[in-house]
Design a protein around this ligand. Structure first.
Ligand code: ATP
Length: 235
């Protein structure tokens, strides 16, 4: 594995019951990088994030974070080690206020942001402090879902399709948020279908196809690899 990698995933396989869905996922993420997993629907991107988080019962291979093997660790230990996931479905509780939603995840380690610091990152959430989850727009819900995991003290953030279903102007705001988190020193693994968004925020891209990582492309080489990407993703 790379000496300077924060996260290393090697020969990761995963199953849902008898259904074998990951067949060989390999990637590295260095501290401070934004790395995307790109691929078609059903390629195994979400399952990869869940496997890292310890949320998939049957898996094999190796997942190391800061040099520690996590393959046999339960989700609560993975969170304690400093990894957090923002799931595709966002998980906002509609009957709770913005502030109550933010208070939900426990602070599992030192360095977690306070609610005040989260509001500094997301000023529009502060204006909605007492609003119920249901009253928020899709973009505000996504900001809340990302803000919420910052309380845990995680330094590696796994973001599953944060732009899904959002208007272009909101997608742009999410992009600014991700850049800001990168500047603050967070490391991010991003699952995306929105290729243009991925290109605007990431350092590198791993292509996932049928449960395998089949290629890695540096963001600066995207243009030169347009033909390849078209074949992989149909974009
Ligand atoms: P999408 O963008 O559609 O979420 P993805 O690349 O994230 O795609 P996964 O959600 O990881 O793909 O799904 C990988 C494969 O596992 C797919 O064939 C999917 O149908 C299957 N799968 C996902 N979740 C489950 C589950 N809970 N039980 C059984 N099979 C599942």
């Amino acid at each position: 594995s790379r000496a300077d990698a924060l996260l290393t995933v090697r020969d990761l396989e995963a199953w849902y019951g008898e259904s074998h869905v990951l067949h060989g996922i390999n990637f590295d993420v260095r501290a401070g990088e934004v790395v995307t997993l790109l691929g078609r629907n059903g390629a195994g991107k979400t399952t990869t994030l869940k496997s890292i988080m310890g949320m998939i019962a049957k898996r094999k291979g190796s997942i190391t974070f800061e040099g520690k093997e996590l393959m046999h660790s339960p989700a609560r230990y993975v969170a304690k080690a400093g990894i957090a996931i923002c799931p595709e479905e966002r998980g906002i509780f509609s009957s709770l206020s913005v502030e109550e939603n933010l208070m939900l995840p426990p602070k599992v380690r030192e360095g977690g942001l306070t609610v005040q610091q989260i509001f500094e990152l997301f000023p529009n959430l502060k204006e909605r402090l007492n609003s119920q989850g249901t009253k928020l727009s899709g973009g505000e819900q996504q900001m809340l879902a990302i803000g919420r995991i910052l309380r845990t003290g995680a330094k590696l953030l796994l973001l599953d399709e944060p732009t899904e279903g959002l208007a272009p102007v909101i997608v742009q705001q999410i992009g600014h948020t991700i850049s800001r988190l990168k500047n603050e020193g967070f490391t991010i693994v991003l699952v995306e279908q929105n290729f243009h968004f991925a290109a605007s925020v990431a350092d590198r891209h791993y292509i996932v196809e049928q449960g395998r990582t089949i290629d890695m492309i540096e963001n600066r080489d995207l243009q030169a690899n347009e033909g390849k990407l078209h074949a992989y993703l149909g974009v």
